[in-house]
Design a protein around this ligand. Structure first.
Ligand SMILES: [Zn+2]
Length: 273
């Protein structure tokens, strides 16, 4: 009985020993693909360079922690944290993109943009674009575009549109009038514009297509909070060993980073609603 216990103990020890060696290898094997994935998103302007860079640094940090864990739990912790984001984020992106409704909607928005490129005065296309903007949380832009379109749409023929705009006029306020950033060039796009005034990008389409990373989207928040948890969660426990003169300011800095990440995430949620 005792021998069996010993055996299982030895086996367990060997299994965890093997895992301790193999897991960091997996991290470093996955790292180049992960880095390319992030850089690609940054080049496509789907991901802020700052957040992408922070995420990459945090994952490299996890690679080192898994390789030489300062405390035993950190080895496994780092592996779990690494794979949670490396698997979780592309999965989230897939789920977002895979929704058939969204694909159909994007096709419709593209059609309106094609019409507007041919004839920028096309009131019906402008109004339809406004509706998509409204459905996707860009109420101020929706109302401003609809106001332009409605002047060429007679109330007798376009009753629905006139009803819609009347409703919007009651609900859309000055808090919805903020410009949005063009994802192509970073220019401020103001309500009433269908194209970016600087690079002519169809910014409403770009923002709705968005993906999970873009400003105010779930992916950005997840990344920010993930980076904050990883950096603070793995670093603060290590600081107990070094002199308080360094440990205290670094701890405060890390806590500040956490608050900044949470604040940014929450601010995005508020401005998006
Ligand atoms: Zn632009």
């Amino acid at each position: 009985m005792l021998a069996l216990q010993d055996l299982s103990f030895v086996l367990w020890g060997q299994a965890t020993g093997a895992a301790n060696v193999l897991m960091p290898c997996f991290i470093w094997i996955a790292m180049p693909a992960w880095a390319i994935y992030l850089v690609h998103r940054m080049i496509m302007a789907e991901l802020d360079v700052l957040i992408g860079f922070l995420t990459l640094c945090a994952t490299v940090y996890l690679g080192f922690l898994a390789w030489r864990p300062p405390q035993e739990w950190m080895g496994f912790g780092a592996v779990i944290a690494f794979f949670s984001i490396v698997v979780g984020l592309p999965l989230m992106e897939k789920l977002n993109m895979a929704s058939a409704d969204k694909a159909l909607m994007l096709e419709q928005i593209e059609t309106q943009y094609t019409q507007l490129r041919r004839n920028p005065q096309n009131a019906i296309a402008t109004f339809r674009l406004a509706k998509y903007a409204y459905d996707n949380g860009m109420a101020g832009h929706a109302l401003a575009l609809a106001e332009i379109a409605i002047t060429s749409l007679s109330p007798a023929l376009f009753r629905e549109e006139h009803k819609t705009i009347a409703l919007w006029r009651m609900t859309v306020g000055p808090q919805h009038q903020a410009p949005v950033k063009c994802l192509g060039c970073g220019n401020d796009c103001h309500p009433g514009e269908a194209f970016c005034s600087k690079c002519w990008a169809p910014f409403i389409y770009d923002r709705i297509r968005g993906g999970v990373f873009k400003t105010s989207s779930v992916g950005r928040k997840v990344l920010l909070i993930w980076v904050a948890i990883v950096v603070a969660g793995f670093t603060i426990p290590q600081l107990a060993r070094i002199s308080p003169a360094i440990a205290i300011p670094v701890t405060l800095l890390l806590i500040a980073l956490c608050f900044w990440a949470l604040f940014t995430a929450i601010r995005d949620t508020v401005t998006n609603s």
